[in-house]
Design a protein around this ligand. Structure first.
Ligand code: SAM
Length: 292
């Protein structure tokens, strides 16, 4: 690459390069990533076949070796030894940014532990790509990655997340998208806005914003809407988290006016406290003998 801005880039020896790659559209690779891949001595890849395809596309020939979840610990030591000998090694996950719901973190940790440099070569990640097009009010977000597949674990994870005052971002696979939307609607209610970002940067990209209560019907309207890769964003609840004691006081005032369930739902929404905890407290209050 002959661009002067790229020619000036420094790629120190004895460093591990965490290189972000496209999540669909190959043109999203950065100039610095391409130059880095040309400069390194070898490439550690989550899947060498996928990475070779990417390298072929950009006419880059480099030795590749596997570094995936199952051998990350062991390969980390080999990488450290090569870095100590002064080599430059790049790590690439299958798509997007390494260590974001992907391997890479253990390699970086091993390099840090050996006092070696870990240099990020930033680029695309599905989480930031989805947020950039979601149109939700600017503010904090919480990246939760994939939810547990088992219903009980999924519900309790969501109950914990309900107390987080931020947009919640999830990754999801097509075969679980309907179950996940149901679980989200159970936890956050029909009115909370959801963003369903599908096939980002690809041919059938879509970013849809709707109330959670409408999401299942929208997905079922056309089976193509359930295909591909998904990022789901739940809009922040707009609540300010209150101390637990205040949440319980509010709950106690709502209980005589509403059904137990309605009181717990409303108190959860107002206070940002955990629904499960408030529910247990409501049962306790109901079962308490009255003073009269
Ligand atoms: N490291 C990647 C990143 O930085 O986004 C994530 C890897 S994770 C194993 C794969 C998940 O990311 C997919 O199941 C999907 O939820 C999300 N994802 C990846 N590419 C996507 C795309 N083009 N559109 C929507 N979601 C995508």
């Amino acid at each position: 690459m002959n661009r002067p801005d790229i020619a000036e880039q420094q790629f120190p020896c004895g460093a591990l390069y965490m290189v972000a790659t496209p999540i669909g559209n190959l043109a999203d690779i950065t100039l610095r990533a391409l130059k880095c891949l040309e400069m390194v001595d070898a490439i550690a890849a989550e899947d060498t076949r996928l990475t070779r395809r990417l390298l072929d596309h950009f006419n880059i020939t480099k030795p590749c070796f596997a570094a995936h979840r199952h051998n990350e610990e062991e390969v980390a030591q080999q990488i450290v030894a090569r870095l100590q000998a002064g080599e430059r090694i790049a790590f690439l996950s299958d798509a997007g940014t390494p260590a974001i719901s992907d391997p890479g973190a253990r390699l970086a940790a091993a390099a840090h532990a050996a006092g070696l440099r870990v240099i990020p070569i930033p680029g695309v990640s599905a989480v930031t790509t989805a947020l950039s097009a979601a149109g939700l009010p600017e503010g904090p977000f919480y990246f939760a990655g994939f939810l547990p597949a088992k219903r009980g674990e999924c519900d309790s994870t969501l109950a914990t997340l309900a107390g987080v005052a931020a947009h919640l971002v999830f990754y999801e696979a097509p075969h679980r998208i309907l179950d996940t939307i149901d679980a989200l609607a159970r936890q956050f209610g029909a009115n909370r806005r959801v963003v369903i970002a599908r096939e980002l940067t690809k041919l059938f990209e879509s970013v849809q914003v709707m109330p959670l209560g409408e999401a299942r019907a929208w997905l079922e309207q056309d089976s193509n809407r359930q295909r591909g890769e998904f990022v789901i964003v739940i809009e922040a609840g707009g609540h300010v988290d209150l101390p637990q004691q205040r949440a319980e006081e509010i709950l106690a005032r709502l209980l005589p006016l509403l059904s137990l369930r309605e009181a717990v739902d409303l108190a959860t929404e107002i206070t940002g406290a955990q629904r499960k905890t408030l529910y247990a407290h409501a049962l306790q209050l109901k079962n308490k003998p009255s003073k009269d």
